[in-house]
Design a protein around this ligand. Structure first.
Ligand code: DAH
Length: 338
């Protein structure tokens, strides 16, 4: 075989291989590499006569270029194919329905709190919050519940030290507010409270209350009744009546427990009101002169009323739920219903 035929053969072999084998790099090495077939031909140029050398050199270059070109072509066709495959794999079907994000909603306790706050804000009250970790002084002492007072028993709570505790009621916010603000005062204070009660259908070691306090010159029990009546109608319906039953709270005098006519039966007596026709919803009264004085307000000039209600109790009635624990279990199947 002369060198011309040899070159043509190399070219043919290379092109044939490119058609059947996809390992382009090893083909390049085999034919064009340092120890490749074409390089071997170049090395044997010594045997070519000097006049033929330019021609053979030219031929070698043509073959090299042809092979290089063929490899390049193959490479771009591979890349094109890969791109097509990728595009095909990554097509987006814009007509496919999207993934719907799960949107939650306010917890029924939070919803109830919001509703209560709205009602009182509508009557001109402002919202004040207080700490959940509270001094014994604010939770009890200043509210006319000295150490060893028997009424503390019903509000046993969690103690951090002898003088620091988790507040058992929102009433300490009354004291903090009166210490800091001159009358007229018209506030509500919703928030979390704690008691050392085991959880059952009607008790929970953590629950929520909302406190109300009004202090000004000439405030009477009539004002208290008017405010609570409006509140009861807004929450339980226009035909709702309220009734005051005498009670004892150390921080109010006189004190009352306040009932609303049963929202279920309208007062005739049913399962919800246990045949009573009335349901107790809150405690209230006229702020005790001792409490006013403890907070630096002169009880001979000013008077006030206060009330406190359990938010859970209102939520239970509003949503017709019979077990408090459901509010805290965080079972979505329950929460989704409200
Ligand atoms: N703090 C009382 C409780 O937890 C509720 C209460 C009763 C609050 C009468 C008041 C009030 O402000 O005047 O049982």
């Amino acid at each position: 075989m002369d060198i011309k035929e040899q070159l043509e053969q190399i070219k043919k072999n290379a092109l044939d291989m490119l058609n059947s084998d996809s390992d382009l790099e090893s083909i390049r090495v085999k034919f064009l590499g340092k120890k490749g077939e074409l390089t071997a031909v170049l090395r044997s140029m010594g045997q070519v006569s000097p006049e033929d050398r330019p021609l053979v050199g030219k031929h070698v270059n043509e073959v090299r270029e042809a092979i290089e070109q063929a490899i390049e072509n193959k490479k771009s066709s591979f890349m094109e194919k890969a791109m097509q495959a990728k595009l095909k794999a990554e097509t987006i079907d814009v007509t496919e329905p999207g993934k719907k994000p799960e949107i939650g909603h306010r917890h029924p306790i939070a919803q109830t709190e919001e509703m209560l706050v709205d009602i009182f804000v509508g009557m001109g009250f402002s919202v004040v919050e207080g700490p959940e970790i509270e001094y014994d002084y604010y939770n009890f002492e200043a509210l006319n519940l000295p150490k060893n007072h028997p009424a503390r028993d019903t509000q046993d709570t969690f103690y951090i030290t002898d003088n620091i505790l988790l507040r058992s009621q929102t009433s300490p916010v009354q004291v903090r507010t009166m210490e800091n603000t001159k009358p007229p005062i018209r506030i509500i204070s919703p928030g979390r409270v704690y008691r050392a009660d085991p959880a059952d259908a009607t008790h929970s070691p953590i629950f929520h209350q909302m406190e109300g306090l009004v202090v000004d010159k000439g405030i009477t029990m009539g004002d208290l009744k008017g405010v609570l009546e409006l509140f009861a109608k807004k929450v339980f319906g226009e035909n709702t009546k309220i009734r005051f039953r005498p009670h004892h709270f150390p921080f109010t005098e006189p004190s009352a427990e306040v009932d609303v006519s049963c929202w279920e039966c309208g007062g005739k007596g049913c399962r919800v009101c246990k045949g009573e026709g009335w349901v107790e919803i809150l405690g209230a009264g006229m702020v005790h002169p001792f409490v006013l004085r403890n907070c630096g307000i002169d009880p001979d000039v000013y008077s006030g009323f206060a009330f406190g209600m359990g938010i859970e109790r209102i939520a239970l009635s509003r949503f017709g739920i019979d077990d408090l624990r459901l509010f805290y279990e965080n079972d979505e199947r329950f929460l989704k219903q409200f």
